[in-house]
Design a protein around this ligand. Structure first.
Ligand code: TYD
Length: 137
């Protein structure tokens, strides 16, 4: 369910590090970037799935747990390494837990913001799963 991408990283202890990735590594073209900050420890966010949107999330500073749920099983991924990120495919219910104050979550998304792409009700999400909405043709 989860796919971690390791960034290319340059640098050294005395000057710090620079990490980078390109859209060809994450498998979709990026149309939007957003980031979540100023979040207190133990806060939980997310609680939704997307119908079509593909996302790539990384935590450049801090410690955040992402729980992915495909309607059948759950997986927990810890983002506490600045040099890697997580692909969040469409059709995955996701919850994010802040393990540390002020951890920053950055997200690159495959499309512009569209509230109609969100499924914010878990029962409705399970209904989409049952219908086979995300089954590959
Ligand atoms: P949401 O995706 O629900 O974030 P989280 O799951 O972390 O709580 O977004 C929070 C609010 O911000 C919601 O009202 C939608 C709005 N929003 C935008 O207007 N544009 C965006 O690109 C994003 C990601 C959210």
């Amino acid at each position: 369910m989860s796919k971690i991408i390791q960034f290319s990283t340059k640098g050294a202890l005395d000057i710090g590090y620079l990490s980078f990735f390109q859209d060809k590594e994450i498998g979709f073209e990026i149309k939007r970037i957003y980031y979540i900050y100023g979040v207190p420890k133990d806060a939980k966010r997310g609680f939704h799935a997307h119908k079509k949107l593909q996302q790539f999330a990384w935590c450049p500073d801090g410690d955040i747990t992402i729980i992915l749920d495909d309607g059948n099983s759950k997986e927990s991924i810890r983002l506490n390494d600045s040099s890697c990120g997580l692909i969040i495919k469409k059709g995955l219910w996701h919850e994010m837990i802040w393990n540390k104050d002020n951890s920053v979550l950055c997200v690159a998304a495959s499309d512009y913001y569209d509230e109609n792409d969100y499924i914010r009700n878990y029962e409705e999400f399970l209904h989409y799963v049952k219908e086979g909405y995300w089954n590959e043709a």
